[in-house]
Design a protein around this ligand. Structure first.
Ligand code: FES
Length: 197
């Protein structure tokens, strides 16, 4: 039997429970609750600022992802309620755009373009190499929360295929060997940062 998710249920019922706003995050320590409240207050400011503008939903979701680090169902439902948008529509936008994530991400997001040009030039090999090395599947985050590996659609830089994007920085001609060098560079940067502290 297919299990009904929270969002499915809310979309069906077309209502958000009052307890959801802060009460939806159970068993938190008091300071964590306060942090969470502050995040929702910050989100409220952006919602009030943008909710009347065209294309507001994507802007608000981007802000929410900056604030929370990802877009769990609770945050999606909150935005739906505050903007008067059906939960199913909010969830549709979140799942359509690869820049949004419903799971916590690592410090560095490795987006491998799987568009046709990149695929022909070895994107799958690059993906497999990074997954093997980091011991994760596509969409997952390493245990140390340093890297998240994802696939993305064509980003319009096909002449430089295959493409690896790290936190928005585009690396062209990213063969699997080049991809390994790139992640080593980020690892080294982390090592030297941690030695400073
Ligand atoms: S197919 Fe990868 S950038 Fe176009």
């Amino acid at each position: 039997m297919v299990q009904e998710t929270y969002l499915n249920k809310k979309a069906r019922e077309s209502e958000i429970p009052e307890s959801f706003v802060y009460g939806g995050i159970p068993e938190e320590k008091p300071d964590e609750k306060k942090i969470q409240e502050n995040k929702f207050s910050e989100l409220d400011r952006y919602i009030n600022l943008y909710k009347k503008e065209p294309g507001q939903l994507i802007i608000i979701l981007q802000k929410a992802q900056d604030i929370f680090g990802h877009l769990p169902e609770e945050v999606q439902a909150y935005i739906a309620e505050k903007t008067g948008t059906p939960v199913s529509e909010v969830n549709g936008v979140v799942t359509f755009y690869s820049l949004f994530s419903t799971e916590p991400r690592g410090k560095y997001t490795l987006d491998i373009c799987m568009g046709t040009a990149c695929y022909i030039k070895g994107a799958q090999e690059l993906m497999d190499t990074l997954k093997d090395n980091l011991q994760v599947d596509a969409g997952e985050t390493t245990r140390n929360r340093l890297f998240t590996v994802k696939s993305t659609r064509c980003i319009g830089a096909c002449g430089l295929a295959p493409i690896l994007v790290v936190n928005g920085e585009v690396h062209g001609n990213a063969s699997s060997g080049e991809g390994m060098k790139i992640i080593q560079k980020y690892r080294k940067g982390e090592d030297s940062e941690s030695k400073k502290h």
